[in-house]
Write a protein that binds this ligand. Structure first.
Ligand code: CMP
Length: 139
């Protein structure tokens, strides 16, 4: 299965705006299978741990506070070429630079409140999936 999964979160802004359903629909229509999913709220410490790679960035505090501010949907998605194909589907981190038809162009409000997260490599996809899910929760 290596190389065939990616990890995503539907972020608090998209949950608050009732966009869980439309985003999952776009994910399924693009050919991704949902192999794990949960609806939960991260603590500040959990958000900090998840985004530890960005610890030195100026936006780290804003990012972890934002991500622990409301519920999120965490999911593992499977498809051939999952990481690259999902990054194409979600579009650029900054929604003002995202292509038409992408999830972020359609739903994101700002670079911080950018609707969804997507893994940036196969290695990080596994790390991120394992952060949220045990093997018993992945199908
Ligand atoms: P994500 O794909 O979840 O990975 C890291 C997140 O950091 C990114 O989406 C953005 O939400 C956030 N981010 C990146 N750059 C900035 C920035 N300049 N200001 C605020 N948040 C940012």
């Amino acid at each position: 299965m290596a190389g065939n999964i990616t990890f995503t979160m539907i972020k608090p802004d998209a949950v608050e705006a009732n966009n869980i359903g439309p985003i999952l629909n776009m994910i399924n229509k693009a050919g991704f299978k949902i192999v794990a999913m949960k609806y939960m709220k991260l603590s500040g410490a959990q958000a900090g741990q998840f985004y530890a790679v960005h610890k030195e960035r100026p936006f780290y505090g804003e990012l972890t506070e934002y991500m622990s501010n409301g519920p999120i949907v965490a999911a593992v998605l499977s498809k051939d070429n999952a990481v690259a194909d999902y990054r194409k589907l979600i579009g650029a981190t900054d929604p003002s630079k995202a292509e038409e038809g992408t999830i972020r162009k359609t739903f994101a409000k700002s670079i911080a409140a950018n609707a969804v997260h997507g893994s940036d490599s196969d290695e990080n996809a596994e790390i991120e999936a394992n952060f949220f899910f045990s093997q018993l929760e992945r199908f």
